[in-house]
Ligand binder design. Structure first.
Ligand SMILES: [Zn+2]
Length: 274
């Protein structure tokens, strides 16, 4: 813990966990922020985070911070605060790396002992993914309803996860009923072999390449269509071959593109979907 007093009279107490509480000079009001937020902006100035702090601490103090400018960059407290923030960030990074290493080792042991297995997840609302998982321990099972005890699994992120196409999973698992379900969201999951994992990855790549090729073909067809319309005197204002009858003849396809864009935005704003 360290206490700093700014030239403006604000007292900052920096806690070991990186939380800073600030007490304003006149009113004695307090607010807080994370030390790590100070260096997140990379502009080398304390001034920058005031913006972020405003958002966090709400309107009352927002006005106060702005008017009194309690932490301007020329305040001598800035250098020390930045130094502490940099130290804290470095320690945090180191800690995270150590945690990750431990997690990887733990995962390696779970794979070796056969507890960890590969899965393919098809969630109702998110992208499909391949990832490693494990069943619940007897202790964990006690927390779940009967039907979920044996079906439920926990993911093991240390094994990595790969976003894949839904169709690729369905092609590989075929009619096999889902034999797993991840905790936390609506989903169906299958335990899969390494070969199946690799097949899904390969198929997924093929499906994506196909989709991309289709998209490019559509784009090219659309461009050709527009060129043909321009060549034949199509009016992009009234969307017909009006030969000027609409009074606002335009051979510029952007006129239509802009209108379609505005229409799409309006529909989005009103939540209309077709
Ligand atoms: Zn026209």
């Amino acid at each position: 813990m360290e206490t700093l007093t700014s030239a403006k009279g604000t007292v900052l107490t920096i806690n070991d966990n990186g939380w800073v509480s600030a007490q304003l000079p006149d009113s004695g009001d307090t607010f807080g922020f994370w030390l790590s937020d100070v260096v997140d902006r990379n502009d080398g100035k304390i001034h920058g985070w005031v913006e972020g702090a405003e958002k966090k601490i709400g309107k009352t103090i927002k006005g106060y911070v702005r008017e009194k400018a309690v932490f301007l960059a020329d305040d001598p407290i800035s250098d020390r605060l930045l130094e502490l923030a940099a130290q804290f960030k470095a320690a945090q990074t180191e800690e995270k790396a150590a945690e990750k290493k431990k997690e990887k080792e733990r995962f390696g042991r779970l794979v070796e002992s056969g507890v960890a297995f590969r899965t393919a997840e098809v969630p109702a609302q998110y992208d499909c993914e391949l990832m490693w998982a494990r069943r619940f321990t007897a202790e964990e099972k006690a927390q779940y309803t009967d039907w979920f005890k044996e079906l439920g699994v926990y993911s093991l992120p240390a094994g990595g996860r790969i976003k894949v196409e839904r169709e690729a999973i369905m092609q590989v698992v075929g009619n096999r009923p889902a034999d797993a379900q991840f905790n936390g969201c609506t989903n169906e999951a299958w335990t899969i072999t390494e070969d199946e994992w690799n097949s899904i990855v390969r198929l997924s790549g093929e499906i994506r390449a196909e989709k991309e090729a289709r998209r490019k073909r559509n784009e090219a067809a659309e461009a050709a269509d527009i060129q043909a319309k321009i060549a034949s005197g199509f009016c992009f204002n009234c969307e017909s071959w009006c030969h000027g009858d609409c009074g606002n003849y335009s051979s510029d396809p952007n006129v239509l593109a802009v209108r379609n864009f505005k229409r799409a935005v309006t529909e989005q704003n009103y939540g209309i979907e077709d």
